[in-house]
Structure formats: C-alpha cells, structure tokens
Ligand binder design. Structure first.
Ligand code: EPZ
Length: 422
C-alpha cells in the first residue's frame, strides 16, 4: 500500500484550484439513471468514491466513459436492467444506498445490501426507508439486503425525524417520478442537495424549496438526459484553507463558492487568520495573534462535520484552548489518538473535545482510519517537526483529488511512496 512521507514546517503559499464536489457528484451520477439516453457531467472529480459509484450504476445496466483529464463523464442509460446492488459495493461505499430512490422510481424494485456501521458511527438508514414507505413502498430486510417494492410511488407529505443529507437526496430522486406532489419537511439544506436538485430540474423535474427545510416536488412522467456542471467541493476548499493556516502560510483557493465555506472562514477569522474573498476565490493570511475558539458541528449552514477533524489538527497548534463539539456523528474522533502520538494535547468528554495548543507537533508514524481523519493527519504532518510517514492513505484517495500534487504545488514537502507500507 502507498504511504505519504511529509517533511513538516514548510509554509504553504500560492493558489490551489478546487475540484468538483464529491458529495454532489455521487447522487448526481446516480440520478442519471432516472432518464434514458446520454447524460454528460462536467467537473466530476477523479476519486475512488466516484469510481465505486460508477461501478454501481454499471451493475444496474448503465455504461460510461470517464475522461479524467477533462473531468468529464458520459453516462448512457438504455433501460435500468438490474435492481440489485451487492454487498461488495455497498460495503466499499455507503452512498451506494442512493440508488434506492431512482430504482424504485423507475422499476418499482430495489434490492440493496444494508449498509453496516463505519469508522465514524452507526449511521442508520431508517429515515430513507420510512420515507420510501410513506411514498407507498413495502420494505423488508432479508439476509442482509433491504428489499423495497412498489406498484407505483405516490406523492406524500413526509417529515424526516432528523436532518439527513442522504435521505433528502434519496427521497428527492424517488419523488421526481412519483404520482402527485411530495412535500419533504426537515430537509438538509447542504449545497450538495441544491446541486442535485438543480440537476434534476434541468432534467425536467418540478422542484421548489431547494436550500430550505421544506422541499416540494411535483412528479412528472419522464425526465430527459442533460449536460450539467458539478459545483465546487466546499470540504476540499476548507481543507486547503486549514492546511494553509496550520503552516501559517498564505493560500488562495480558486474556482470555489465562498458562501459555501463561510462557516469555516468565520471560524478561521475567529482564530485570528485574515480571510479575503471574491466571486470565486477565498484567500487566507496568518496573523501574529492567534487564539482558541469554540466550534460546534451542525447541518449546513453550520460548521460541517466533514471539517471537524481537519480543524482539530489546526487547533492543536493554536495557543490557548479550543473546544470542538461534534453533534452529527457519535464517534468521529479516530484522528485523536494519532494526533496525540504527534504530541497534541486533546481531551475527549463525550462529544466535546478540548484541545490545548502545543508549541510544536512532532513527527510520528501514523495511520488514517477514514477520509477526513486522514486529511487531519496530513494537515498535522505539514506543521510537525520532522518527517512523518502516514499509512492507509487510500482513505484520502476516496475524497481528495491529487492531494499530494496540489500540496506540492503550494510548496509542501510531500511524497507518495508506492507500496511503501502495510
Ligand atoms: C453525508 O452523509 C455525507 N456523505 C458525509 O460526508 C457527511 O459527513 C454527512 O452527510 C453529514 O454532512 C455523502 O454526501 C456521500 P446524514 P450521510 O444522513 O448522508 C443520522 C465525507 O467525509 N441518520 O446527513 O450518510 C446519521 O447517523 C462523508 O465526505 C439517521 O439516524 O449523512 C447522522 O448522525 C462522510 N438515520 C446524521 O443523521 C438515517 O436514515 C446525519 O447523517 C440517516 C441519517
């Protein structure tokens, strides 16, 4: 397995382009199953998770060409031939559950392996399933598979018991071809959901209320394939701002949507970093007087849980006390033990983490356990004294396009060593 070797202490400086958003591209790729014909998606990041979802749509009968030099993806759907997504794919990536909505809408049948827990928490899918039931699907669990069946999905009024990005996306994809009007209440307001909604609207869907907690969808008989440009990745954007901050460097992220990273930039400003932004860029500069802050992860527009681990890596280097409260996932702290091995002073009490800034982090052999925890370790290594070796970097390949190349372009001393570790 490949490893990263990072010599810490280099100030990052320069510009870094933001890739297309993984968490928008995943449901949009799946939503292309809703129309026969050729869908063309631009700005699709070349990531392991994207490859996995492409395998999923292929196993359902779609065909694709992915021009990774141009980040351009063509997906051809004749008819949806299969309605089963096997365990091997779902265990690789939970977002495979997204096919349930389109499959039910198009064929009335979906058999998807039930996702298990993962490194960041239990992650049930009950909200997705009760939404499908409310729309008229019968759901059973058989031998580890969720089996959903319906003669025809019907519009309904459904209030989600908690805010879920995945359930909002899945139910929207089901409702666009359902009979009548579906009103979804307590919806996720994440930009990824808005991007999916805009894609569906371009295909001919009738949706209002995107970006609010109440989304109304009037089912249509048929959707058309379209060409669509996926929005920029706000989590990647925030990760590079935090990476610049941890090295006290000056970075500018380009091709971004500043509004989407405003919770992150507000936190960085509160810590004392200087932030500037224009139409499609955000820049960060260090300052001499940095201080700790309090951050609570929340659904959008709050501080994203996906940046909690990267922010914690930065917090370990900020003088004073930082308090980080994780409210979305119950166990998203696997980075803490590794950061402690690098000299970080971190205490966990339930879902509250207290980080006391230390003068220097030091290098240590460390290991990634999930995507964003992995990004946190890279960030810590960029600041640490000495040379850090990071294992299991395949976690970062799931969600950061060309991470080592982008960091090298910013002046980091990072090397990807092929087959360098277990
Ligand atoms: C999406 O996951 C993202 N994944 C995650 O990003 C992100 O961390 C998360 O939203 C929160 O922002 C994708 O978009 C592919 P949720 P999702 O349903 O949809 C509970 C990354 O690093 N819940 O919004 O699975 C759940 O357990 C990934 O890129 C239920 O209880 O998250 C969690 O506590 C990791 N029942 C909370 O809701 C359900 O049926 C929010 O989860 C569904 C969710």
């Amino acid at each position: 397995m490949d490893i990263y070797r990072i010599k810490g202490g280099k100030k990052l400086s320069g510009e870094v382009p933001v890739s297309g958003a993984k968490n928008a591209a995943l449901p949009i790729i799946v939503a292309s199953l809703l129309a026969d014909g050729e869908t063309i998606l631009k700005n699709v990041p070349d990531l392991k998770d994207i490859r996995t979802i492409l395998q999923v749509v292929k196993c359902l009968g779609a065909d694709y060409d992915f021009d990774t030099d141009k980040n351009s993806l063509r997906i051809r759907v004749n008819t949806v031939k299969n309605n089963e997504v096997p365990y091997d794919l779902v265990k690789t990536m939970r977002a495979s559950i997204y096919v349930m909505g389109p499959l039910l809408a198009r064929t009335g049948e979906a058999d998807v392996s039930m996702p298990g827990g993962c490194a960041i928490g239990e992650r049930p899918v009950d909200i997705h399933l009760s939404g499908f039931e409310a729309m008229g699907a019968g759901i059973t669990l058989e031998h580890g598979y969720i089996k959903a069946r319906t003669d025809a999905l019907k519009g309904t009024e459904f209030k989600m018991r908690g805010i879920s990005v995945g359930a909002t996306a899945n139910l929207m994809m089901a409702a666009v071809l359902a009979k009548g009007i579906t009103v979804l209440d307590n919806c996720a307001r994440e930009p990824d959901i808005v991007d999916l909604g805009n894609f569906l609207i371009k295909m001919g869907a009738k949706i209002t209320g995107l970006g609010t907690e109440r989304i109304e969808i009037e089912g249509v008989k048929k959707l058309q394939p379209v060409t669509y440009h996926v929005m920029p990745d706000r989590i990647e954007a925030g990760t590079y701002l935090i990476a610049g901050a941890v090295t006290r460097g000056e970075v500018k992220i380009t091709g971004a949507t500043p509004e989407h990273v405003s919770a992150c930039t507000a936190t960085l400003t509160d810590m004392g970093f200087a932030i500037d932004s224009g139409k499609d860029w955000v820049s960060l500069q260090p300052s001499k007087s940095l201080k700790g802050t309090i951050v609570r992860t929340l659904p959008y527009p709050g501080f994203p849980t996906d940046l909690q681990a990267p922010l914690m890596a930065l917090a370990t280097t900020i003088p004073g006390i930082n308090v980080i409260i994780e409210t979305i996932f119950e166990n998203r702290f696997t980075h803490v033990a590794e950061l402690r091995r690098m000299g970080a002073d971190i205490t966990i009490e339930g879902n509250v983490v207290i980080v006391k800034g230390v003068k220097d982090l030091m290098s240590a052999p460390i290991m990634m356990s999930d995507l964003r925890a992995g990004a946190a370790l890279v960030i810590a290594a960029l600041a640490a004294k000495g040379e850090t070796e990071i294992r299991r970097i395949y976690h970062c390949d799931r969600g950061y396009e060309q991470l080592d190349k982008k960091l090298t372009a910013l002046g980091a001393d990072i090397e990807r060593i092929k087959g360098g570790g277990l």
